[in-house]
Design a protein around this ligand. Structure first.
Ligand code: GLU
Length: 429
């Protein structure tokens, strides 16, 4: 296995689910498949730049706290670094580094001219006031001022952040450099150069890949039974769009538990309920209460993990009944669980494909901003769909031609394009 290049002070996760080691392991598999030069593989297994800044902040009660803010820039051979900013208690430098690497392959796979990055702060945003979150975000941005920029590194929302945080980042960056720079972030509010369709984009991409996978099996979305873990920005958008397309969403869960209805949940009503219920689906009716663990093993056609990493593991994978798993979250299936699913011929639509709709529309937002021309939502959705379907077909073709599982095919395409660009550019000096 490729040696982890991260600082030793970073708390190690249990070996079998260390996200960075898992990411390196997939890279290694793709390298073997592509017969990549060992030197290139070594380069790609290291993040280019790892930044950790201290964020001193004053809480509303006057107490001073110092938080750690990370930004990892994995590889920029294809273009500026790109990737989200995550606010979640489980954020570690290892996790951020793994997610930065995934962004590199994701952008390459989708054919968009970016390198991969990710950022994060280990906080539970629910435990901070809006004012506190604004102070944290502004100081974090200010500390990263030399490392980000519209042609350097372009942050976007991720778990625990949204258009609101992007507006604060854009404003802080702009004030620091002395003029408005909307292109420094994507996923911004429409009022400052955001793109139509960005908010639903990741969920829309999930719906598109599931629809394509079903079509390859001679099926449509009509009446298909779907279980979704997570009802945040991604899970709820996927649920709404799949519901609109005729699928039956039989179960949905959020942090505190889930709700199940064999006849199919009323998704618009559930969305309205969560808005009133601190974003939780718990207590929704009609529906039966289930746990997050139970949701993963329900009898259904399609399972969509849209929450955290490492949800489908060696422990529960044998009970999974779905025939298609669409990874709306990043890394929800562990390496060992993935091996089992592949041995059972279960279609796993990997994260770097299934959840790429978000970064694709980020790219479309950036393009619109740089050209000062803004499109209607129909055009955004059409352009995004084209890129998603094209990537889906390329992955399936690669899987067939090489006789390899879908995930390895997706990685081989992404890693192969980056490796090609790297060798074309050459090593300086
Ligand atoms: N956070 C999203 C992802 O993981 C979007 C990143 C972006 O738009 O740059 O793909």
């Amino acid at each position: 296995m490729i040696a982890s290049s991260l600082p030793s002070w970073e708390t190690a996760s249990p070996a079998h689910i260390c996200p960075f080691d898992q990411a390196c392991s997939y890279l290694e598999q793709a390298g073997k498949e592509l017969k990549l030069d060992a030197g290139i593989l070594e380069v790609l297994s290291h993040p280019h730049k790892v930044v950790t800044v201290s964020i001193p902040m004053k809480r509303d009660n006057g107490e001073i706290q110092v938080l750690a803010g990370h930004r990892v820039q994995h590889c920029d051979v294809l273009g500026p670094y790109k990737g989200g900013i995550r606010y979640h208690p489980a954020v570690t430098l290892r996790e951020v580094s793994a997610l930065a690497m995934l962004m590199t392959w994701k952008c390459a796979l989708l054919g968009i001219p970016y390198g991969g990055a990710k950022g994060g702060i280990a906080i539970d945003p629910k435990k901070y006031s809006v004012g506190e979150l604004e102070r944290i975000t502004r100081r974090y941005t200010s500390e990263l001022i030399k490392d980000i920029g519209p042609s350097v590194d372009i942050p976007a929302p991720d778990m625990g952040t949204s258009a609101r945080e992007m507006a604060w980042m854009m404003d802080t960056y702009s004030v620091n450099v002395g003029h408005a720079v909307p292109g420094v972030v994507t996923g911004k509010p429409l009022s400052i150069g955001g793109s139509r369709g960005r908010e639903m984009a990741t969920g829309r991409g999930v719906m598109i890949t599931v629809r394509e996978a079903l079509a390859d099996m001679g099926k449509s979305l009509q009446g298909v039974r779907v279980a979704i873990q997570g009802f945040g920005n991604v899970g709820s958008a996927a649920a709404i769009l799949l519901h609109q397309a005729g699928a039956k969403i039989i179960a949905v869960s959020t942090g505190g538990g889930g709700v199940y209805d064999d006849y199919g949940l009323d998704i618009p009503a559930l969305k309205a309920y969560t808005a009133q219920n601190h974003r939780s689906v718990v207590g929704f009716s009609p529906g039966v209460a289930i746990s997050n663990a139970e949701l993963l093993t329900l009898p259904c056609d399609v399972l969509i993990p849209a929450a955290l990493e490492n949800q489908i593991t060696e422990e529960n994978v044998k009970e999974v009944q779905a025939r298609i798993i669409a990874e709306a979250a990043n890394g929800p299936v562990t390496l060992a669980a993935n091996q089992y699913l592949e041995s059972q011929n279960i279609t796993v639509l990997p994260d770097i494909l299934a959840n790429a709709g978000g970064v694709v529309v980020s790219y479309l937002e950036w393009v619109q901003g740089l050209s000062y021309v803004f499109w209607d939502e129909e055009r955004v959705n059409r352009e995004m769909e084209q890129l998603m379907v094209q990537a889906y077909r390329q992955v399936m073709q690669e899987s067939k031609t090489r006789g390899i599982p879908i995930r390895l095919a997706a990685y081989s395409l992404g890693v192969g394009r980056v490796a090609q660009a790297w060798s074309d550019r050459g090593l300086y000096p």
